[in-house]
Ligand binder design. Structure first.
Ligand code: HEC
Length: 194
């Protein structure tokens, strides 16, 4: 009798444990791979479009003109790429320029994880995970020398007069003081589960 009861409890806990595991890791390895690829492609495509337009604007009218261009064009560009790809593409950061890009709870988690990894010298990897009715893809956004004209150290790569223009559009701007290769933020791309 005692053995039966022990066995009953053992099995109950065993199955409870199993069911917990399956809800937590409900993405199959194939799905994970598929969404990793989808996310990376879309992040690269969006980065290409934004970067191309940015360079064009810089060439046409310098940093000041490009700041105004980013202000009106960045958000709608990302939005239309989202619609065209049936996904929700977002860029976010711990130091925001546009408050509309504010991180939600899981994005905040990822941002802090990446930041801790940077501090301990771990290479940053993209992340795919199921979140409710969607699959989320996250990847780091790093800065290069070009970016520093608008996100770099004030009075150095980021000139004072350009900072003033930035502050006209974004009075609460926190996205300055970065160096080449620094982690600026993340891509957060959400796909509806099919
Ligand atoms: C000409 C100035 C300029 C340059 C150069 C520039 N940015 Fe920005 N960046 C901006 C502006 C303006 C915004 C706010 C856009 C908006 O209103 O959506 C922004 C927003 C962002 C955001 C969104 C998060 C937030 O804080 O709102 C990220 C991420 C970002 N930039 C990364 C980069 C990277 C990476 C580069 C280099 C490849 C770069 N930027 C180069 C001006 C610039």
């Amino acid at each position: 009798m005692k053995i039966k009861i022990t066995l009953f409890f053992f099995l109950t806990f065993f199955f409870l444990f199993l069911s917990c595991e399956t809800t937590r890791t409900s993405l199959s390895k194939e799905q994970e791979k598929e969404y990793l690829k989808k996310g990376q492609t879309l992040a690269l495509q969006t980065f290409g479009v934004l970067g191309g337009q940015l360079q064009k604007a810089l060439k046409e009218g310098g940093v000041e003109h490009a700041i105004g261009y980013c202000n009106t064009a960045a958000y709608p560009l990302v939005d239309s790429l989202s619609k065209a790809n049936h996904a929700n593409i977002k860029r976010t950061s711990l130091q925001l320029r546009n408050p509309k890009n504010k991180a939600n709870a899981s994005e905040l988690n990822i941002l802090k994880t990446y930041e801790a990894q940077v501090k301990s010298g771990v290479a940053l990897q993209p992340i795919v995970q199921q979140e409710g009715a969607s699959i989320a893809f996250y990847a780091p956004i790093k800065l290069n020398a070009l970016c520093l004209q608008c996100h770099g150290k004030i009075g150095a790569e980021l000139r004072e007069e350009n900072l003033l223009t930035i502050q006209e559009y974004y009075p609460d701007d926190k996205a300055t003081g970065y160096g080449d290769g620094d982690l600026r933020g993340i891509w957060s791309i959400r796909f509806p589960v099919e």
